[in-house]
Structures are given as C-alpha cells and as structure tokens.
Design a protein around this ligand. Structure first.
Ligand code: NAP
Length: 486
C-alpha cells in the first residue's frame, strides 16, 4: 500500500468565531475526533476568540456541551475529553476594534508551537480586517496559515477584493480556502480511481463517455437562513463552489504530480475551458409550499423573490478530451432526498449484438458523496437462469463503510481532514485564489443573463425532483436524469 502520511507537528490554532455555529458543530468536534484518533499532537493548543467575554473555564464548558450535542455524550471518551479541554484557551477579541489583540499575542508568545494557524469562522466582512490586524501586530509569522471558507465573494469583483485584502497580509502559500466537499473521502477517491488505476483513464473522454451528471440535492428548505439565502441563491451558494469543484476533479487532465499547485493548475484549466452557457441551457426553480412547510418565497419573506432555490445547467467544456460530452449540473433545496453524486455515463457499445438497451442501462460509474459514501459501477450482465439471453443492469458496489470495515468508522469527516491538512501545510484540497476568481467570472455571466432576461424561476413541488424544464433539458438531448433517491 502506498501512503503519504505527513505527521502533524505541534500547533497553535486560533479560531476566530469560536463561539459560533460552525466552530461548535464542526471545527471543535472535528479536532476532538482527531485527538481521539491519535493524530493531534498533545502539545497542540486551540485558542478560541470572539467578542463574548468568556473565561477559559466558561469556554471549556461551552465546548464540552458542544461535544456532547454534536458527537453524543455516550460516544465521548472521558480521558480524551479531559486532555482536549485542557488544550483549550480563550481570548475575547473584537475583530473590528482594539480589544484583545495584545492578550492574544501574549498567549501565542508563551512557548510558541512550531505551526501557527488562524481559522476565520466569522462573517466574510471580517476576513480582511482580521488578516490585516494579525499581520500588523506581528501575531502572524511568515509561516502562519490562515483558513477562510465560503462565501468567498458574491461576484468576481468582491472575490478579487477579498483576495487582494488577504494578499496584503498573507502569501498565497499561507492561505487555505476551504471547500468542504474537497475533504470528502469519495471526492479524493475520484482522483485515486482515475489516476491510480489503468482501467478508467483510457475511457475517460468524449469517445467513450456520453455525458456526466453532477447532483447535489437537499431535502430541506432554506428555513431560518431565508434572509441570507435570498441574496445568494443556488448558483452562488452551491454551483460556483461545490459543483464547480466536483466538475473540475471529474474533468481535469492528470496532474504531473499529486502536488497542490499541479492539481490546482489542472482544475483552473478546466474552469477556463468552460464554454459560456446559453440561456436555453439553464433552468431555475423555486420550491412551492408542501408537506406542511412554507414555499421558498415565504421562507425568504419576499413574495417577489427571483432568487433560485434550484438550478440545472448543461455545461460544455471546450477542449480535446470533452468536446461533445456535456456535463449536466443540478442542485436544489426541498427535493425528494438528500443526495450528492457524480454519475459518469458511458456510451452504448458501438455495435450491439443484443436487442437495444434502454438508455439507463448503459454503463455508469457513480461516485456517491452522500449519504453513504461509495462508488458503484453499473454493468450489464446476463440475467441468471433459463429464459434465453435476457440482459440485466446490476451494480458493482463499493460502499466504503462495508469495504473498509471498522476503519471506515474512524474515517475523518471533511472538516477534520482539511484542518489537519492545514496543519501539515498541504494545500492540495484547498482552492487557490485564481481558481475562485475564474469560477466567479463564469458564474457572473450566467447571473447577468438571468438578471437581464427578468424571467422568474419556475415553481416546483416540494419533495419532487425539480421543475419540469429541468427534465426537458435532458429529454431534448435524448437523456434523462438519474432518480433522486437516498
Ligand atoms: P455564527 O454562528 O453567527 O458565529 C459567528 C462567530 O463570530 C461568533 O463566534 C461571534 O461571536 C463571532 N464574531 C462576530 N463578530 C465578531 C467580531 N467583530 N470579532 C470577533 N468575533 C466576532 O456564524 P457561523 O454559522 O459559525 O458561520 C461563521 C462563518 O462560516 C460565516 O462566514 C458562514 O457563512 C461560514 N460558514 C458557516 C457554515 C455553518 O455550517 N455554520 C458553513 C459554511 C460556511 P461573538 O458574537 O461573541 O463575537
């Protein structure tokens, strides 16, 4: 087995926004789990920072409660919880003001650890001020790392402004832009499947692949986030980042090495090869009221909202590998099930000696991100038993939980893996500034056409599979979406 595990050195990790939802739900439980797995050095320190005036004791109590809520009291290991809480510190810092910076510098100055990281789990308007403050106060060293997460801008202009603000204080090699989809086991496995096996790569092109479908479906609505979401919509919230990253990893050329900038160069080439999407190749939708829940417009408290809670696109990549093989992307809220997958659908055999197969029975490689991460190859075989040559479509299934047995249980979740990669200094699974900007440039063109057309998103049923036009987008090409089912 080839492995490339780089040990994690003792670190100081400052979490700005440590009392917030993301920190309590994902970042702190993730760090606890890494400690339990023996991956977090015991000398590591985690320093919470937010405006609330908390003592270290009160912060530890808050974190313990978060571990109990988000991991489960009965699943916690008492000894590890004790060691983990002892690694926690807290400083009240106002990102936009003077208070707390000296105290933060003082804690970090005492016996500094070899690696220093800053996780900005705060609103994006604070990214620039915090980066500048860290730089000018000398708290950030030349080797410190800074972590930011979506929303990385609202359009190209704001993304450029954000990148410029970060670049004033940090070198690109110090900036870690998280897209948690890239931390998922299956997404990395997509690279392993493509580049560590001789089986697929020769077929991974327009000659053998009919089309690719990328689906990120959610069964919940926008709920309490309606106000925020209404200014964003599915295109900005999901397509520009998560779906774009999945498209890049599926479509990119093999990098010369599995190394951060080589992988990111190849992803960037894909984004730059995307053809402009014509209005006929886009569908927008908004969910109706149903199953006892309000409609999108009611959730957003905006009866005239033109924001999309669903989007489907047909995307063409103008390069040799993909000429003639479209990528269909769709994402939406309040759909039938929570499902994220990439389906690579192969062409029919050039000459079939058997009666024609229905389209859905052609070979397909399904890379499932959630639920139940795994990879399935759909094959056509002879149906067992008598009755002549009858063909059947069967899955060759590899669920990671089953294939990897008990070790799959201890598989780190996306955040855990990514935070440890920050501490190791491995940027492979993080977005580079130019990638983010190129993705916005492409997204902005589509958004501008929508805004000019003044068409409203099409209503669709809650609990269904999206608007009728999205089905039509496929049907007119003689194709069909895979079912949205968990
Ligand atoms: P949140 O629950 O509102 O938490 C915000 C945190 O920032 C709190 O700890 C708050 O604490 C702190 N804060 C606010 N203003 C501050 C200031 N001036 N100085 C220092 N600290 C300040 O938000 P969240 O859901 O955790 O999200 C944080 C960021 O991650 C947002 O940009 C969000 O878009 C992004 N994000 C969140 C999720 C998620 O699942 N929650 C997922 C992806 C991305 P005080 O009020 O005590 O200062």
């Amino acid at each position: 087995m080839v492995s490339r595990v780089i040990p994690v050195q003792p670190f100081d990790l400052v979490i700005f926004g440590a009392t917030g939802d993301l920190a309590r739900r994902k970042i702190l439980p993730g760090l606890y789990r890494r400690m339990l797995a023996g991956q977090m050095p015991t000398e590591a320190r985690i320093i919470g920072a937010a405006r609330s005036k908390l003592t270290a004791k009160a912060f530890r109590e808050m974190v313990e409660e978060a571990l109990e809520t988000f991991i489960g009291k009965e699943r916690l290991d008492a000894g590890t919880v004790k060691t983990f809480l002892a690694a926690l510190h807290y400083v009240a810092v106002d990102a936009g003001g003077e208070g707390g910076w000296k105290e933060l510098g003082a804690i970090l100055g005492q016996d500094p650890r070899p690696v220093r990281g800053f996780y900005l789990s705060v609103g994006p308007s604070l990214f620039g001020p915090i980066a500048a403050r860290l730089h000018h106060s000398g708290i950030a060293t030349e080797t410190s790392r800074i972590v930011v997460e979506k929303p990385l801008g609202h359009d190209l202009g704001s993304a450029q402004a954000l990148n410029a603000q970060l670049a004033e204080s940090f070198d690109e090699s110090q900036i870690y832009r998280i897209d948690h989809y890239l931390g998922k086991e299956t997404v990395q496995n997509l690279m392993a499947v493509r580049f560590a096996n001789a089986l697929f790569e020769p077929l991974w092109n327009a000659r053998f692949i009919d089309h690719v479908q990328i689906t990120v479906a959610e069964n919940i609505g926008v709920g309490g986030r309606g106000g925020y979401y209404d200014k964003s919509g599915a295109m900005r919230d999901m397509v520009q980042n998560h779906l774009m990253q999945l498209l890049c990893l599926t479509a990119m050329e093999p990098p010369a090495q599995f190394e951060a900038d080589r992988v990111r160069d190849e992803k960037l080439k894909v984004i730059r090869s995307l053809e402009p999407v014509t209005p006929e190749d886009t569908v927008r939708g908004q969910y109706r009221a149903g199953n006892g829940e309000p409609s999108y417009a009611e959730h957003a408290e905006n009866p005239d909202s033109t924001t999309e809670s669903y989007v489907a696109l047909k995307v063409n990549i103008a390069n040799w590998r993909w000429q003639g093989t479209p990528f269909y992307l769709r994402t939406g809220k309040r759909l039938r099930a929570r499902l994220s997958e990439i389906a690579v659908v192969f062409k029919e055999p050039p000459h079939s000696i058997f009666p024609k197969l229905p389209a859905h029975q052609t070979n397909a490689l399904i890379i499932r991100l959630q639920p139940d991460e795994g990879i399935t190859l759909r094959m056509t075989i002879k149906e067992p038993g008598p009755g002549g040559m009858r063909l059947a479509d069967v899955p060759l299934d590899m669920s990671f939980a089953e294939a990897l047995g008990p070790s799959a249980e201890s598989m780190p979740d996306a955040y855990e893996r990514l935070i440890m990669d920050v501490m190791r200094g491995d940027q492979t699974l993080f977005m580079r500034g130019d990638e983010v900007e190129a993705a916005w440039e492409w997204t902005d063109r589509i958004l501008a056409e929508w805004s000019e057309s003044r068409d409203k998103p099409k209503p669709y049923d809650a609990g269904g599979s999206g608007p009728e036009n999205a089905l039509e987008l496929m049907h007119r090409d003689g194709r069909r979406w895979r079912e949205i089912e968990a």
